[in-house]
Design a protein around this ligand. Sequence first.
Ligand code: ZN
Length: 171
Amino acid sequence: MALRRILHYPDPLLSQESAPVEYIDEQITSLVADMVDTMYAAPGVGLAAPQVGVLKRVIIIDCGSKEEPDLIKAVNPQIVDSEGECSEEEGCLSVPGYYASVKRKSWIKVRYQDMQGHWIERESEGLLAIAFQHEIDHLNGKLFVDRLSSLKKGMFRKKYQRIMEQQKEQL
Ligand code: ZN
């Protein structure tokens, strides 16, 4: 088991665009294995490679339960169709301690490669659809707090500063 360090906002790597994966080689499979360990240890329901400092288009998601896990490993994911609107409270392992509602598509069709390189098309809605959009945003250098209104963004910055200071005091 290998845990990787999760970068926290405002780390500049989090706002960069990730590059497509050309070959699913040993480097990518071990990255994904480490990401899975890191996500479950956090714990979280999703993790994108840039969050552990690797600017590659790889995400993992598990919106299942402890009894019935539903681990998705997606390479080069892209949303090819979407419909509807929803807004749910989101959090992010890279923005610890802060939660806010974000407007998202309520239904999406996503295309990605599995670990064997095969292209898969999958429709999803609800929590899973939100998780896909949140993680794919990471690959484009976007965090959920970037999607807040400017008023809410201002509130976020103030609150996040306090959260960071409290964490420093605890160290
Ligand atoms: Zn996130």
